[in-house]
Design a protein around this ligand. Structure first.
Ligand code: FPP
Length: 282
């Protein structure tokens, strides 16, 4: 039995939970070691506007179609037992878009939360929202709060939706939270990475080990700046509304080909007698 087949036998329940798969998906699943999946996948869902433009449709049609890709990605990651999935739905910069598009995106999210609640519950998904939620329209804040409350007891994957999110804003917010805590303390201490991480919106979650960006742009766009320090980045030309289960499996297969060294050296590589070079911060 090949190594891959062995792993798949061990994880048969996870595979069965995916339901019927296409020939292409089956071929990709054969290559996947289900015991070495990323713990946290983060996605920059880009290309909705271009998808619509190519079809002479309004941009909002691309966003609507994008919710289908979100559904497939969420369900597949949950069933593969990935611990956390973060989707970049609305950035602090997105307020620069026309008001009609912003209103549509907010409405789409509200509809999505209502419509998909049974699917989220069935898959035991726990929802979190990352960003300056208090700045969102009141109705959105209410729906966001309710989605978190309704799914709070679920024990499966954590689904984070980054909403009114900015990576720099998150670090500033965390820094202010640390300072506020220290203000009340008689003996303030130096701020460490651990202090800061404890006040990030992602507190308690593992850092993303795989960052997927659709539509071919080679940017991180102010997304999870702190947390993606060691993430493997997978950029695909596929536009977000075309990102289906096979394209997600492509990303997972590619992730498993990467050698993750975290600034160290390859495992098993003989170390030299020379003194190691200085590393940043040393
Ligand atoms: C980027 O495409 C996409 C967005 C800013 C919005 C993403 C939102 C969704 C897919 C809606 C639903 C989300 C959830 C979590 C239910 P773009 O408009 O920048 O595309 P372009 O670069 O081609 O113009």
């Amino acid at each position: 039995m090949s190594q891959t087949k062995f792993h798949q036998t061990l994880n048969a329940p996870a595979l069965e939970s995916l339901g019927p798969v296409t020939a292409e998906e089956a071929c990709l699943l054969e290559k996947l070691d289900l015991t070495r999946l990323p713990r946290h996948v983060a996605v920059i869902m880009d290309g909705n506007g271009r998808w619509a433009q190519k079809r002479h449709l309004p941009r909002i049609a691309g966003h609507r179609q994008g919710t289908q890709s979100a559904r497939t990605t969420i369900e597949t990651c949950a069933r593969l037992k990935i611990e956390a999935l973060t989707l970049y739905a609305f950035s602090v910069e997105n307020w620069r878009r026309p008001k009609t598009e912003i209103d549509f995106l907010m409405q789409l999210l509200r509809e999505y939360l209502k419509r998909e609640m049974p699917l989220l519950q069935k898959n035991e998904i726990r929802m979190r929202f990352l960003g300056r939620i208090h700045e969102l329209p009141a109705a959105v804040q209410k729906d966001v709060r309710e989605a978190m409350e309704k799914t709070a007891e679920n024990k499966g994957m954590v689904l984070c939706v980054a909403l009114n999110y900015g990576g720099r804003a998150e670090i500033v917010d965390a820094m202010n939270a640390v300072l506020q805590q220290q203000n009340g303390s008689a003996a303030p201490s130096l701020i460490t990475e651990e202090h800061l991480a404890r006040h990030l919106y992602t507190e308690g979650l593992p850092d993303p080990d795989l960052l997927i960006r659709t539509s071919g742009e080679m940017r991180v766009s102010n997304f999870l700046l702190w947390q993606i320090a060691y993430a493997e980045i997978f950029v695909t030309e596929t536009l977000w509304p075309d990102f289906n289960r096979a394209r997600l499996l492509d990303a997972l297969v590619e992730f498993q080909k990467r050698e993750r060294r975290y600034g160290g050296i390859r495992e098993g590589q003989p170390s030299s007698d020379e003194k190691p070079a200085r590393v940043a911060g040393e």
